[in-house]
Design a protein around this ligand. Sequence first.
Ligand code: ATP
Length: 363
Amino acid sequence: MIPEFKVTVFKGDGIGPEIMEPTLDILQHLQNVSNKYSLLFSTADAGAAYYLETGQSLPAESVELARSSDAILLSAMGLPDVRYTDGTEISPQIELRKIFNLYAGVRPVTVRDGKNCPLIRPNRETIDFVLIRESTEGLFYTQGKGEVSKNEARETLLITRDISEKLFDFAFSLAAQRKATGSGKGTVTCVDKANVFRAFAFFREIFYERSKNFPDINAEHAYVDATALWMVQQPWDFDVLVTENMFGDILSDLGAGIMGGLGLAPSADIGDEHAVFQPCHGSAPDIAGKGIANPFAMILSAAMMLEWLGHRHKQAQMLLDSVLLKDAVNAALIDGHCVTGDIGGSATTAEAAEAVITYLASQ
Ligand code: ATP
């Protein structure tokens, strides 16, 4: 009997559905070829367009569907003109992080040949590191609840022991996994501002406490400002970086810039029981409906989903398919004929996705 995994699919807003559709086709193609696992997709409602229609942005049925599934695949959501009455944007993806306690925001930054990296890479150094952004607290703790008076505005940064311990354990485990597969150096760097804020000294202290449980992994720390500099000057030196929510938010866009743009940046938000996989970019309403959105960040997020499910359920074929899918995107980038306008080509979304399928079919 083939193992089955339920995947809840949020198609999103703007370009969301346009990049989700070919991604589901690709996942279907992969499972058909191996016939060793089955992904059962169910679509859930949410987002800005749904809010306009119904007054709800993330209905309870969708949350329950997501809760009962093995993984959640989510496309870009939200539209700048559609807002709650308090003026904030519709962002069910952030609500899902809180509902399912998805504390580890995983943002891989990889540059191999083919990617339009704006940095000069001596000896064509490979860039391959993972930024882990805590995603439930930090400076986002009072998101939407900050206090603003005529002369003052306040937001609270929260760091808890419980979440920090889970976050660091996740980071050390990931570094161990990367070291075991030969893709990482076995180092975790805690990125903070411990020289100025007590909260970050607390964060760092917990980091070193947890590091003792991972004696084979090297634990280091760096200030966030220096990290921004090194991400530009020598990003090939990094392995796994772990940081607070707001620092991670900013550094992950820098990471996307290193890769050549948001259209190539995948992500995962992972907790103990659930995980959401989604591209880093937004719903790009300026190009929605034109069929020219870059599907690669969404496809690479699907590859991360296969990897996570593969490790969690010990499914070797899913792990192989995850690698194959990343290779397929890379091959399309190196070939260069079927890349979209945001990364210098002129292909449509369908053509870019077709290039991935063609590579997969040739393997
Ligand atoms: P959000 O705040 O929701 O993350 P944002 O303000 O960062 O959104 P995006 O929607 O990510 O904005 O778009 C930023 C720019 O990048 C836009 O010009 C958009 O067209 C472009 N862009 C984003 N994603 C893609 C994509 N997949 N393909 C092509 N262009 C994209």
